[in-house]
Ligand binder design. Structure first.
Ligand SMILES: *[C@@H]1O[C@H](CO)[C@@H](O)[C@H](O)[C@H]1NC(C)=O
Ligand SMILES: *[C@@H]1O[C@H](CO)[C@@H](O)[C@H](O)[C@H]1NC(C)=O
Ligand SMILES: *[C@@H]1O[C@H](CO)[C@@H](O)[C@H](O)[C@H]1NC(C)=O
Length: 267
């Protein structure tokens, strides 16, 4: 496997886009001059500097494809309050970003999201039908799962009693706060229903690591059944963050994005 690094010289522009609530979203534009643009969305408790986001943006740029990675509101450098759930707010942030580039006469050909961002890009595609392809990296199918592992068996009792749960880290300081509204938003976000509303013409790539301990690979096949234009790629041995598989991930994602590019241009 060839060496893969994000340290090559690249032209990155800092772009600030206010969302519908007046909060400033901060992003990095890897400008190649292409009219087509790919937007990269980070996951839960993450930001645009995530290794996968940076490496994929660099890989796209090397292929002459402009990439934009940004922080959702309440994350990284962007303004606003952190949300455990509120998937639709993140989809709205993404809407603001797409509209920003539309206004500059650019074409967003692919929205790519990792983990929670994977669900956000799928929600986006179910709400707005102006995207011709979606990449779902290790997103979750069933959002009612995986909560007690993080917050304890009695999370619902706690949140009903106090109105929130504070997740502590090992040092005993608060890592993040889950409000009841945000929890209910997660529990009420139905990815199955959302995906039924994705345009039949929209191509979807799902990538998942076979060694993902955060979100198991098992349900990754669920959606192939209901999304007509769906492709599934399992990366053998990869974990949730693709920590040892950045190069393999880039190969799979680039192949897909390049294959849809021409179709998207023609639309
Ligand atoms: C999601 O998981 C919950 C809990 O395991 C289960 O009751 C529910 O049927 C699942 N929903 C779907 C759509 O698979
Ligand atoms: C999600 O965020 C929006 C915008 O800040 C807010 O109006 C809404 O109440 C939030 N929803 C939940 C469930 O917290
Ligand atoms: C997104 O990826 C996850 C993890 O591989 C998978 O469980 C889910 O079914 C995928 N969703 C869709 C709509 O492909």
């Amino acid at each position: 496997m060839a060496e893969f690094s994000a340290s090559s010289v690249i032209t990155q522009q800092r772009v600030i886009i206010p969302n519908k609530h007046g909060e400033k979203l901060v992003g990095s534009l890897h400008e190649t001059g292409s009219r087509e643009i790919v937007i990269l969305c980070h996951g839960f408790i993450s930001n645009k500097e995530d290794t996968t986001m940076v490496n994929l943006a660099v890989a796209l740029e090397k292929e002459g494809i402009t990439a934009f990675r940004f922080d959702f509101s309440g994350n990284g450098e962007s303004e606003g309050s952190f949300e455990y759930g509120n998937y639709s707010k993140e989809a709205e942030d993404l809407r603001t970003v797409v509209e920003h580039f539309n206004a500059a006469n650019r074409v967003t050909t692919t929205v790519l999201g990792h983990s929670k961002g994977g669900d956000v890009v799928l929600l986006y595609a179910s709400m707005y039908h102006d995207i011709c392809s979606v990449v779902n990296l290790s997103g979750r199918y069933n959002l009612t799962r995986g909560i007690k592992e993080m917050l304890g068996e009695d999370f619902m009792e706690k949140i009903n009693k106090d109105g929130f749960i504070e997740k502590m880290n090992k040092a005993g300081t608060m890592k993040y706060r889950v409000t009841k509204a945000s929890m209910m938003d997660r529990l009420n976000t139905n990815m199955h229903e959302a995906c039924l509303n994705i345009d039949k013409k929209c191509r979807v790539l799902t990538v998942h690591g076979s060694n993902d301990n955060a979100i198991p690979v098992e349900d990754a096949t669920e959606f192939s059944k209901i999304i007509s234009n769906h492709e599934l790629q399992i990366i053998g041995g990869a974990d949730h963050g693709y920590s040892l598989h950045q190069a393999e991930l880039a190969v799979v994602v680039l192949r897909f994005i390049k294959s849809v590019l021409q179709e998207c241009k023609d639309k």
